[in-house]
Design a protein around this ligand. Structure first.
Ligand SMILES: [Zn+2]
Length: 214
């Protein structure tokens, strides 16, 4: 756990991310050679996945949920797999837990967020933090529990209250449109520079047209 927090901090430092919220996760990935693609993944049983090619790894994000906070978390979860896990081991429970821990630490560094997190179920503060950190209320509550700001029972109370209001399905305080990849069109315009075209399975290439229109 502490090791994962450190790994997330190392990647932030390496990539020159200053303190506080990550302004744009997709842009950050693209700036560091990760090809990011948004596709409808409704037929697949996943929200996102990644392909750990050494030269240009690829992160594929689903377009289905249309939720900026969740999309940022998904993208960071996939970054965790690329950084820590590599080859195809998706679905192994421990690996998924680690990727979630990394994403939480990367998007909400303990040193920066600890004192801001409420010690009770204070929704107005949580709404503010959601806007500021660009993460879901669910992720904030989980982070508050992980960092010991709230107890397990306070956490459960919050989750139950959120469920009762339908917030587990659609959260309040929408953050707008998910972050969009900006460099994919460059890759399509000059295929020789396109890691995606070179490495993705044909059916994914085919649906890129659909995704960019969505
Ligand atoms: Zn995963």
């Amino acid at each position: 756990m502490a090791e994962i927090e450190q790994t997330a901090a190392r990647v932030r430092a390496l990539w020159g991310v200053s303190r506080g919220p990550v302004p744009n996760v997709v842009e950050l990935l693209e700036a560091h050679g990760v090809a990011v693609i948004r596709l409808p993944l409704d037929s697949a049983d996943v929200d996102a996945f990644s392909l750990p090619f050494a030269d240009h790894p690829v992160v594929v994000l689903g377009t289905d949920k249309n939720d900026r906070a969740r999309s940022r978390f998904d993208a960071t979860h996939e970054l965790a797999h690329l950084v820590m896990h590599g080859e195809q081991i998706w679905g192994v429970k421990e690996v998924e837990t680690q990727a979630h821990q990394f994403a939480a630490a990367f998007l909400m560094p303990a040193d920066d967020i600890h004192d801001q997190l409420p010690t009770t179920v204070d929704w107005s503060t949580l709404f503010e933090l959601k806007r500021f950190w660009q993460v879901s209320l669910a992720a904030l509550l989980m982070r508050a529990r992980t960092l010991g700001r709230i107890s397990d029972s306070t956490y459960l109370t919050a989750i139950k209250a959120a469920s009762a209001r339908g917030w587990r399905r659609v959260e309040p305080v929408p953050l707008g449109r998910p972050e969009q990849p900006a460099r994919l069109l460059d890759y399509l315009a000059s295929p020789e520079s396109s890691p995606a075209r070179a490495v993705l399975p044909p059916q994914i290439i085919e649906s890129i047209g659909t995704a960019s229109a969505a």
